[in-house]
Design a protein around this ligand. Structure first.
Ligand SMILES: *Cc1c(COP(=O)(O)O)cnc(C)c1O
Length: 373
């Protein structure tokens, strides 16, 4: 038996290298600390991280301590910044592994300090300031008191000052520039006694907010070759190359007569004699049921309509135009290229009214991720 199901994700290391070089250039050679949370946006964090380490990346951003642990335990030798604050209940693992949490609350500071003392190991923390995201973070006005408070928590060392852009992907940079000003003031105020790093830029800011790079940048989506939005002004965004392709294969071909109802609820009824292909991909793999009858897939180098309700494990494609030129076992591309055709993650995103980030991130854990050169 093949150990791999027919539905698979392929990760192009060549395209990952290309995007890495582009972003390094745009960041003026400053270090990149890639965001590889949520299994590297669905790309497979182990594959992505081990490749990037081989290309000189030494620091990653993950959301959770659990994600960092899984990578560290699988041999990824790097520094991990834990981007989402928790309630301090992971302090033991943080201290033991030298992870660097983003902190924004006293609950965290207390728990981390206590554990640092218990283990006799300093914990390096990144202070998050809310310069306009309206999510986690200390208020920049409180910076002085925050620094004074941290001095009262033994065992904690400030490794970084950071902030985050909520609107850097919009065509109008005004808000981001205002925000950047607020962060820059904060950084300048503390310049005299600072021996820590400052970081703020996500992918969109690397392209479009000049001066946002500080000591390091934290790209996510662009490293995977996807545009942060359609409003990025920097034309170099068009140089990004998508890293992920999602493929499956036809398991059955069937001629059906006009008026045949297909799949659950017969949400599609053929209007003519049709050649229908079954493929073993469904919402259990992360192909949203709400996409039913609204997307295309590539078969034989052509766009073919997905028809009928997408089931948990299977769905159907109308391959009538390929009659005589298609066989069971043929490759089907859900996202990616085939011959001269291409379907991007953005197509599904548009149908669902969401963003490309969500489309790749929601590809489920049962789909194997395979690296390809
Ligand atoms: C996810 C994340 C990023 C990366 O954002 P992209 O838009 O994918 O580049 C950067 N910083 C923080 C704090 C994040 O959570």
């Amino acid at each position: 038996m093949s150990r791999l199901p027919l539905t698979r994700v392929y990760i192009s290391l060549k395209n990952l290298d290309h995007n890495l070089s582009l972003l390094r250039e745009l960041a003026g050679g400053r270090p990149l600390w890639p965001a590889i949370k949520a299994d590297a946006y669905g790309h497979g964090a182990r594959i992505v991280a081990s490749h990037l380490v081989s290309r000189g990346v030494d620091t990653f951003g993950v959301a959770q301590v659990q994600e960092a642990l899984e990578l560290a335990e699988n041999g990824i030798d790097a520094r991990f910044i834990i981007l989402s604050p928790d309630l301090g209940d992971t302090a033991q693992e943080i201290a033991a592994h030298g992870f660097e949490p983003v902190v924004a609350t006293d609950i965290q500071l207390r728990a981390l300090s206590r554990e640092a003392l218990r283990q006799g190991r300093d914990i390096r923390v990144h202070l998050k300031f809310d310069t306009g995201m309206g999510r986690v973070g200390f208020c920049p006005r409180e910076a002085d008191t925050v620094l004074a408070r941290i001095a009262g928590y033994p065992g904690l060392k400030i490794a970084g000052f950071m902030s985050h852009f909520p609107r850097a992907d919009e065509g109008d940079p005004e808000y981001s520039l205002e925000q950047l000003g607020r962060f820059r003031d904060l950084v300048e105020k503390t310049a005299d006694f600072r021996d820590f790093e400052t970081h703020m830029a996500n992918s969109a800011a690397i392209f479009d907010v000049s001066g946002a790079c500080f000591d390091a940048c934290r790209p996510g989506i662009a490293l995977y070759g996807l545009k942060p939005s359609s409003e990025i002004r920097n034309p170099r965004v068009d140089e990004l190359k998508p890293v992920l392709s999602w493929k499956t294969a036809i398991t059955q071909l069937k001629e059906v007569s006009p008026g045949t109802g297909l799949s659950y609820g017969h949400s599609y009824i053929t209007s003519r004699q049709s050649l229908i292909a079954t493929v073993p991909v469904g919402y259990g793999d992360g192909l949203a049921r709400a996409l039913s009858n609204r997307i295309e897939m590539l078969v034989g180098g052509r766009r073919c309509r997905q028809v009928g309700t997408i089931c948990m494990d299977q769905c159907l494609i109308d391959v009538s135009p390929l009659r005589g030129r298609v066989e069971e076992g043929d490759e089907v591309v859900i996202i990616g290229a085939q011959a001269d055709q291409f379907i991007g993650a953005g197509e599904q995103a548009e149908v669902l009214g969401t963003i490309n980030y969500e489309i790749v991130t929601r590809i489920s854990g049962r789909v194997p991720r395979l690296a390809e050169k």
